[in-house]
Design a protein around this ligand. Structure first.
Ligand code: GLN
Ligand code: ZN
Length: 774
């Protein structure tokens, strides 16, 4: 019989219970005990769902209160020195306190420590906390969460498969915090901890464990590949009695296939959604006895599986390996898709016709189960066969739907010309003209766009949706909030203002809601980082713009002040990247459609007299294909799409762009090719390290390196920001520098926002006065 294997289940809860519990705990509204209970409830429900679905290999330790990589860091005791004070007290209560301090920073009782750095998990919009390593890094078994959770499930009568990040991927996910060593050199001191864990799990009667090694499907040098062989050979000595699955995902194994297939483990999981072609090679090279877990159901997107296509793969595999050595699985952890389509009942935002094409986590497990049954038996009388017919019918309905295709949109993309992606003059010429119109000081200060989305602001939107208040009443409230924000920014002495984005629920959904080609879910939440979730809109058809999207609010804000207010738009690549995107045409084609819509909005803002327009592209880096060989092509169309959206304006209009968490070293030439007049970037958590790429490249346009981290409630001091700006000045010409936070402030509260921005403006003023006196 074909077994079904799940790699991970969404842990936020179908109604975002985890977010609510964590945030209530952080603000002191619920006790530690209540938080732990909320966690247990989610885990229990997840395990039961999977059991009911008939999943054979159900994961445990895929739950996390913040991040699974941080869990690993705590498990192996890689606690950075700045948390030692907090770590010294080793009680269960303090373990959680320490954990959240590492995740979010800690400012209390005379202790003031920053959070760990956060970065994107491969090419997803999930962020993990980056392990920090020193040369003489010690590892020791610190947290026993993995054991506890296995035991917890067992008590419920559910046998689970503990999941952990494999040792090589764990090291590769981290960062050296001092010079003179390579983090992979730490493997010898790390492995004993893995061996202890495995030993302990064995004693609890664990049958299978899953070691995630996503790096095995990326470009690897020979040394790392050789290390894979050594490490797994060594681990095999301690795993006797426990079976090991190595999980790879997000790419095909390609040239690493031979090494991956010959690791001394019991099963290998491969992602056949990202790389369908790899099956052939893998079946050719697979050694006897190895079980293959086929990732055929897309764990990264929400479209219904195409049973015919999946069964083709499964049949090919079973023909060669037999049914006992083939498992059916989602392509990766289901962390990246929403929980349950059954909770979607709003036909106005998600019409039945489109809902019929979708599957969320729970439905995906149903698909996995169906496929495993169908692979063995396609008898017309079986219930699975009924599902098979239904699946074929909805594939056909989607293919022939009249909602999807619009000739005029396709034609406009087909006729994009070279001059459409080129500003009229060069940057130095534009800068001169912009200085004339904008009259900005040195080290101009600005923010990234959003101001705190307080409970109240969000409650107005909820009331509007429920019909408790009218559109007019809602607009009045938003106007008041915007007015206060403008007034506050003027008083604070900021140079370039923003309207605050109070009218926006989310930077992508807001645009999606006004564009053709989109539908929306009510509860399609996906974890972004910690308690933060996003609800990606569903881009199902050709995209076009039929009305102004931002002109009203930007013009309103501009009418309140003589200082420039930035128009705020989300860029085409980010809109693509943060949506669930149709899979029936190339992503580049879809992005150009969005770019043309944004271009029209940019021109509408220009016409309305807005002088600075920011087109946010925080997701440009995460869209980069993981394999080098595919990157050039992506960068070409991504850069072209951005330029297409921006290049229509006159020279005296200033185009800004903003990016967060970006590692720019390898793509700096393309960032420069965007040709934005100003780029604001996230740099504070990495202490301006990111700026080196700009310095080395001699980046020509203006840059605003973020001077403080907005992901934590911690208030930075003026001195600390001056120090960062001094670091920036050391590598970038001061005339190119802007002063701004790392990112938008919508997740923050007003008191900390005001305090931090006051300090920031103070820092800019100090720098100016120094410049003016020399
Ligand atoms: N303008 C957006 C904001 O300030 C940018 C957010 C982002 O880059 N993620 O909220
Ligand atoms: Zn940002």
């Amino acid at each position: 019989m074909l077994l079904t294997n799940n790699l991970g289940y969404p842990r936020i809860g179908a109604q975002r219970e985890l977010k609510k519990a964590c945030e209530a705990f952080w603000s002191g509204k619920i006790s530690r005990k209540e938080l732990l209970e909320a966690g247990l409830k989610i885990r229990t429900s997840n395990w039961k769902i999977q059991q009911e679905m008939g999943i054979d290999l159900i994961p445990s330790n895929d739950f996390s209160f913040y991040d699974q990589v941080l869990d690993m860091t705590l498990m192996v005791g890689a606690i950075p020195q700045r948390y030692y004070n907090l770590a010294a007290n080793k009680s269960a209560e303090h373990e959680l306190e320490l954990y959240f301090a590492m995740a979010r920073g800690f400012q209390h009782d005379g202790i003031d420590v920053t959070a760990m750095e956060m970065t994107k998990w491969f090419d997803t919009n999930y962020h993990y906390l980056v392990p920090e390593f020193i040369k003489n890094q010690n590892f020791s078994l610190f947290s026993e969460k993995i054991i506890n959770e296995y035991y917890e499930a067992k008590q419920l009568g559910i046998e689970t498969k503990p999941v952990l990040v494999g040792p090589i991927s764990y090291l590769l996910l981290g960062k050296e915090k001092e010079q003179g060593f390579n983090r992979l050199d730490l493997i010898d001191s790390l492995l004993p901890v893995y061996e202890r864990i495995i030993e302990a799990l064995k004693n609890y009667g664990v049958k299978w464990i899953q070691l995630d090694e996503p790096f095995l499907s990326l470009d690897l040098d020979d040394k790392t590949l050789a290390l894979y062989k050594q490490v797994y050979k060594r681990l095999a000595k301690s795993t006797g009695g426990i079976k090991v699955i190595v999980a790879t995902y997000f790419e095909g194994l390609k040239d690493n296939a031979e090494v991956a297939l010959n690791l001394p483990v019991d099963a290998l999981h491969i992602d056949l959604v990202r790389d369908r072609q790899q099956l052939e090679t893998i079946l050719r090279l697979i050694p006897e006895k190895l079980t293959l877990s086929l990732g055929v159901v897309d764990g990264r997107n929400i479209w219904k599986n195409n049973y015919d296509k999946s069964l083709e793969l499964i049949d090919t595999a079973t023909k060669k390996l037999g049914e006992n050595r083939v498992w059916v699985a989602p392509s990766c952890s289901l962390l990246h898709v929403p929980c349950d389509l059954d909770n979607e009942d709003n036909e106005k935002t998600l019409p039945k016709e489109v809902k019929d094409w979708l599957a969320f986590a729970k439905q995906k497990l149903e698909e996995v189960k169906d496929l495993s049954v169908l692979a063995e038996n396609r008898q017309e009388s079986s219930p699975a066969y009924q599902h098979y017919i239904e699946n074929q019918t909805s594939q056909e309905r989607r293919r022939t739907s009249t909602l999807i295709h619009h000739i005029d949109v396709k034609e406009r993309v087909a006729t994009i010309a070279d001059e459409d992606i080129q500003r009229k003059s060069t940057f130095p010429e534009r800068k001169a003209r912009q200085l004339e119109t904008l009259k900005l000081p040195l080290f101009p200060t600005t923010t990234i766009g959003s101001f705190p989305q307080t409970k109240e602001v969000r409650s107005w939107r909820a009331k509007l949706k429920k019909g408790v208040i009218t559109r007019e009443e809602y607009d009045e409230l938003i106007k008041e909030e915007t007015k206060d924000a403008i007034k506050w920014q003027e008083d604070a002495g900021l140079d370039v203002l923003v309207h605050g984005e109070f009218e926006r629920n989310d930077m992508v959904e807001y645009f999606g809601e006004q564009l053709q080609g989109y539908v929306f879910t009510k509860n399609g939440w996906v974890q972004s980082y910690g308690s933060r979730c996003v609800k990606p809109p569903v881009l199902f058809g050709d995209v076009s713009r039929t009305q102004d999207m931002t002109v009203y609010w930007t013009s309103y804000a501009q009418s309140l002040t003589s200082l420039p207010v930035k128009g705020m738009l989300t860029g085409p690549v980010t809109i693509l990247q943060w949506s669930f995107v149709r899979d029936d045409q190339p992503r580049s084609e879809t992005t150009f459609q969005i770019a043309l819509a944004i271009r029209d909005e940019v021109l509408a803002l220009e016409k309305a007299g807005i002088k600075i327009i920011q087109i946010d592209e925080p997701a440009i880096r995460e869209g980069l294909p993981l394999r080098k060989a595919d990157q050039r092509n992506y960068l070409n169309w991504a850069v072209k799409a951005f330029r297409l959206s921006a290049a229509g304006v006159a020279d005296d209009r200033q185009i800004h762009t903003h990016m967060c968490y970006s590692e720019f070293n390898d793509i700096i030439a393309d960032i420069a090719a965007l040709d934005a007049d100003v780029i604001t970037i996230e740099t504070s958590r990495s202490q301006m390290e990111l700026l080196d790429a700009f310095a080395n490249f001699n980046y020509p346009n203006d840059i605003g390196p973020g001077v403080y981290d907005i992901h934590s409630p911690r208030i930075p001091s003026k001195e600390e920001m001056i120090l960062l700006l001094e670091k920036a000045k050391a590598v970038i010409d001061y005339k190119q520098l802007w002063v701004n936070p790392d990112c938008g402030l919508k997740t923050r509260a007003w008191p900390e926002t005001k305090a931090a921005l006051d300090a920031m403006v103070g820092a800019a003023k100090d720098l100016r006065s120094v410049k003016e006196t020399v």
